[in-house]
Design a protein around this ligand. Sequence first.
Ligand code: MSP
Length: 519
Amino acid sequence: MEKFYITTAIDYVNGAPHIGHAYEKILTDIIARHYTQRCDDVYFLTGTDEHGIKIQKTAAAQGITPKELCDMNAQKFKDAWKALDIDYKKFIRTTDEDHEKIVQKIFDKLLKQGDIYKHSYEGLYCQGCECFLNPKDLTEDGLCPDHLKKPEVVKEENYFFKLTKYKDILIKYIKEHPDFIVPQFRANEVLNQLEDIQDISVSRAKSNVQWGIDVLSDSEQSIYVWIDALSNYITALGFDTENPSDTFKKYWPADVHVIGKDILKFHSIYWPAFLMALDLPLPKHIFAHGWITIDESKMSKSLGNVISPTSVLESFNLEHPDAFRYYMASSAPCGRDGNYSDDDFKEKVNAHLANSMGNLLNRTLSMLVKYFDGEVKPEFKGENPLAKKALGTVQIVKNHFDNFEIAEASLEIISLVDAANKYVQDNAPWTLAKEEKMIECGQVLTNVLDIMCIICALIYPYCPNITADMARQLSFNLKTKLDDLTADNIKTGKLISKEDIKPVFLRVDSELADKSQKK
Ligand code: MSP
C-alpha cells in the first residue's frame, strides 16, 4: 500500500461540536493511525461546511455576520479535535478562498459541458438537510423524516445537475463493487433510492440564499451547498479543472470517505455522479457509520441532552482523551448505532483499560522488579505459548480494519489481553518464585511482556497516550510496522527499575464522575 487518503464529513458550523461529530472524527483518526502502521503515507482530511441557508439564518438570529459565526464555531471544532488528539493533516473550511475558486470552476465546467442546465422549479426544501425532499419521503404529517420539521415550499429558477444521466452506470457500478458502500447492507438502500432518482437542483437564488459561492457566469445564483461541500475532498488536495496539483494526483482517489448514515445518499449517489461528470475516478470506499444516542435517546437541542466531547473529558477529570476514544470507537459494530452513557463509560474503561490491560502490565513489571531487579535474562527467552494467538490477532485486526470494523477489532485486542491475563493466572509466577523455580518464573513474565508489546501496538490507534506510556516501560518502539511485529520484542538485560513503573491508566473515579455536571 503506497498511500492512504481518508476523509471525514465536514461539519456544519451553526453550532458547537457534539459527541456525534466526535464519534466520526475518532473513528477516522483511529483508522488513519492504524494505516500509518501499515503504510508510510497517510493523508487525513477533515474540516467544516460553512455555507448555506442554515448558517445564514443562525448568524442573523445571533446578530452577527455569517463569516463571524463560521470563524467562531470552526475554531470550536478545531479545539475539540485537538483535545481528542485527532491528528489530521489538513483542516479545510469551505470558506477558504482557494476552495471557493475551484468550486466555481467545477460548476462552470459542468455547465459548459451540459451536465448542468437552468430550470424553473417548485419543491419542498429542508434546511436541516440543505436539500429538496421528495414528497413521498416525508412523514405522515408532512415532516422531514430526519429533522422532523416541515420543509418550506420553494419556487425558484435554479440550475440543475443531470443526475438521471448517471443513474444506470451508477447502479451497475454499485452492483459490481460490493465493497464500495460499507457496510454492505446499506448498498440496497442506495440502490432503492437510485430507482426513482431525479435531476437535482444545484443552485439557489441569491435573493433567498446570499451566504454561498456565486455561480461564475450568473450573479443571481449561488452554488448549492452539497456541490460546494462534497468538492472539499478534491479541492483540499489542490484539484483544478485545468491543472490538478501533484498532491491531488498522488492521493486521489480517496481510499475511504467516513460519513454518517444520514448523508450516504449524497456520498454514494450525488458525489460519484459529480466525479463521473468531471471524469475522475471514484473513491474506493464510502463507510457509513451509525449514530450515537445518549442514554438510548436521540441527541437533540430540544431534549437538552447534547453532550460536548470536551465536557466528558472535563467531568471525568481525564488527563488525556484515550478512554473516551476507546469507549466511543468500541460502542457499536460497523455501521450500527451506538450509545453513550456515563455509567457504561465508567464500567467499560475501568474494566478494559485499567483492570485488564493496565493492571496486567503493572503487575508483570512489578514482579520482574521484585524477583529479578527488572532484568530479563537470556534464559527467560524461548517458545512463547501466547505467540500464535497474538500474531493471529494482528492478522484479524488488520482484516477488521480493512472492513472498517473498528469496534470488532477492539474486541479482538481485549480478548488477547484476557488470554494473557489467563496465562498469568494459570502459571502463577508468584508461586513459581516461592518454589524457587526462577527460570520458569522469568519465562512466564517475559512471555507476557513480549505479548504486551503486540497489545501496545494494536491498541495504539485507540489510545495513543496510554500506549506511549506502555511503550516507554517496555522499551518498545511504537513506530514498528504491524507487518514487522514478532513475538520477540523484549530485549534481554535490564528493562526497568521500580521507580519507572507507573500505572498507565487510572480507574475513572466514580465519585468524581457522579458529581460531574455536563454542560
Ligand atoms: N455538512 C454536512 C456534511 C458534508 S460532507 C461533504 C453535514 N454536517 S453535520 O454537521 O450535520 O454532520 C457531520 C457528520 O456528523 C455527519 O457524517 C453526520 O452523520 C455526523 N453526525 C451528526 N450527528 C451524529 C450522531 N448523533 N452520531 C454520529 N454521527 C453523527 O451533514
